[in-house]
Design a protein around this ligand. Structure first.
Ligand SMILES: Nc1ncnc2c1ncn2[C@@H]1O[C@H](COP(=O)(O)OP(=O)(O)OP(=O)(O)O)[C@@H](O)[C@H]1O
Ligand SMILES: [Mg+2]
Length: 580
């Protein structure tokens, strides 16, 4: 942990500098007011009451009222604005983290994990916000009350204030010892929160699977273990905190007892007045209380500091951009070329793709078939530029895709992922996906191609029908068709469907491919599929076997030359004439 973590985070306070100054000034005024009150009180007792001087009592009393009122006003101002500053600060911080995460490559997201990113953007930011809110006021208030209190007490009675020389070191040492022990635990607490979130998230996203496999007990056990682990650490942290507080309070009370004991002697010897004692007691309380408050900072600052370093880790991730940002060349005939491409996932032992070469031009339909884990989705991810190839090259319209401006190039791709991703909103919003230039006609057209028009129109609200989070109010095939419509709606240059037809019946599958061929004359279509029926009429079929290319060709060519393809065809009992 670097001490500067929390200071770096507080750079986000910069835009609120004037408000911060206001808070500091108001806190200052409030503290001064509270320091003045006991002094005025002692004058009333020692001068006013002792001499029975009513006029004096009233005049000082009015002064006290005014000081108390102003001090209270200052406190309201400081609380109000410190809250405002802290909230705006945490909002900006969340926005910063969100923007950064949005720019993440898949590797960067994997490095943190979704659950941890969630905790960092919620819990961790809350911790830091709490410090901002307390720190703004405590940081100025405690030192003023502490130093001011000592000065006032010393002025009241020099001898008696020596008692502080005993009690203050005791409190200070216990704070330092306990604070030092606490810090490592705070970091652990955040890590364990991550873990709980991770399991909870998996539980929610895998709900159906967990039920289907009757794994509820297993999941519950897993959750309980993580939960208990968290509780154990939390208990250790809180034990430390609750030892600190009574310790401080015992020292504080013993100090007061001492003060009263010695003051009684001094008053007896006529070396101190009663009013001075009341004021002195209040000053002692203020001094020790400011120490306690300061010790609270020892509790929350390390915890926030652990959070700050976790937030900084996210903010420090570099935005990975490709070296060159060439414009995507506009050519009459789009062209995609894989040239002896090898690729290995970061940290993986075996390559996911080896020696893949093929070309595709406008109007071509290239299908990719192969067993699970054979590298089909990986090929599409490579085209999208999520990962850089290890050797070989991928060229689009003659230019290496690593050199292309990522955003511009991605706009040329219409991609339907293997797991249809829908978010809560309307059907139209899901198909537009933030690309506002897509007209209603295009949305409808896309739905027709995706064979989703009829089912959408049969819904009460049509295009405006509500989609639940994750699209859970639609069937698997309906979700797939909406995801396909989203890919088609931008009229891309490269269509990519990752196993997108798997939940469709054969008839719909065929109708969809026929509709597609009408709009993809000037584009390249890549279809990942498990079913032979889906790929038979492709211009080119790439047969993958555990990352290796087992064969490339048309159905007829592969039937003659590729054993792996023959195996697949036979295992599916496929006969072209029967189904086609
Ligand atoms: N993000 C990743 N990190 C590391 N390895 C990965 C990653 N994604 C996939 N792999 C590995 O790469 C290989 C190819 O995966 P890929 O997703 O391309 O398979 P696939 O052919 O699409 O399979 P499926 O039909 O099951 O979708 C697999 O061995 C898989 O374990
Ligand atoms: Mg896949």
């Amino acid at each position: 942990m670097k001490e500067s973590d929390i200071l770096r985070i507080f750079k986000y306070l910069k835009p609120y500098f004037p408000m911060v100054i206001l808070v500091l000034l108001a806190t200052f005024a409030n503290a001064i007011g509270e320091l003045l009150l006991p002094n005025l009180m002692s004058s009333i007792i020692d001068i006013g009451v002792t001499n029975g001087d009513t006029a004096y009592i009233i005049s000082v009393g009015i002064k006290m009222l005014i000081v108390a009122f102003l001090s209270m006003l200052a406190m309201i101002v400081s609380s109000y604005f410190s809250s405002r500053v802290a909230m705006s600060f945490s909002r900006d911080l969340r926005r910063g983290v969100f923007l950064k995460v949005q720019s993440f490559t898949p590797q960067q997201t994997e490095k943190f994990g979704t659950a941890s990113l969630l905790t960092r953007n919620t819990d961790d930011i809350n911790q830091v916000q709490r410090v901002a809110i307390m720190g703004l006021r405590m940081l100025i208030r405690s030192p003023i009350m502490f130093i001011g209190g000592i000065m006032m007490a010393y002025r009241m009675n020099q001898k008696l204030s020596m008692i502080l020389l005993v009690s203050m070191p005791i409190i200070a040492i216990s704070i330092i010892v306990i604070g030092g022990k606490g810090f490592p635990l705070f970091k652990q607490i955040q890590k364990k929160t991550d873990k709980i979130n991770l399991i909870f998230r998996e539980r929610l996203t895998g709900l159906r699977i967990i039920r289907a496999f009757d794994k509820e007990d297993y999941e519950e056990e897993r959750f309980n273990v993580a939960n208990q682990d968290y509780v154990d650490t939390a208990i250790r942290v809180n034990t430390l905190i609750v030892t600190l507080l009574p310790l401080v309070s015992i020292v504080m009370n013993l100090t007061l007892v001492g003060v009263v004991y010695f003051a009684a002697k001094l008053i007896n010897m006529d070396m101190m007045k009663v009013g001075e004692l009341t004021a002195f007691i209040q000053y002692i309380s203020q001094i020790l209380f400011s120490l306690v408050m300061f010790s609270m900072m020892f509790v929350i600052v390390p915890s926030a500091s652990a959070s700050a370093s976790r937030i900084n880790e996210v903010l420090d991730e570099p935005v990975i951009k490709h070296k060159n940002e060439l414009d995507t060349p506009k050519v009459a005939n789009v062209h995609l070329e894989f040239n002896d491409v090898c690729f290995r996932y970061p940290g993986a032992e075996n390559p996911a793709i080896t020696g893949l070469s093929f070309t595709a031009s406008a109007g071509d339909r290239v299908s990719i078939i192969g067993g699970t884990g054979s590298g089909k989705s990986t090929i599409l991810k490579l085209i999208e530029g999520f990962y850089d190839v290890e050797s070989g090259s991928i060229k689009y319209n003659g230019i290496n895709i690593e050199d292309l401006d990522e955003e511009v190039f991605r706009d040329e791709i219409g991609f339907a992922p293997q797991r249809a991703f829908l978010f809560s909103g309307t059907i139209a919003e899901n198909i537009r996906f933030g690309r506002d230039y897509i007209t209603d006609e295009d949305v409808l057209e896309a739905l027709k191609i995706a064979q989703g028009y009829d089912f959408v129109m049969s819904l009460d609200d049509g295009l405006k029908s509500h989609v639940a989070q994750g699209g859970n109010n639609f069937s698997g095939g309906q979700k797939q068709r909406l995801a396909i419509a989203r890919a088609v709606a931008i009229k891309p240059k490269i269509y990519m469907f990752d196993d997108s037809f798997s939940a469709l019946d054969y008839k719909t599958d065929r109708a969809l491919r026929t509709a597609l061929s009408d709009v993809t004359k000037d584009a390249i279509t890549l279809i990942v599929a498990q079913r032979v029926a889906t790929v038979v009429d492709s211009d080119k079929i790439i047969v993958l076997d555990e990352g290796h290319v087992a064969g490339i060709g048309t159905h007829e060519e592969l039937m003659k030359s590729c054993d792996v393809y023959l195996d697949i065809v036979e295992s599916q009992g496929y006969e072209k004439e029967v189904i086609a």
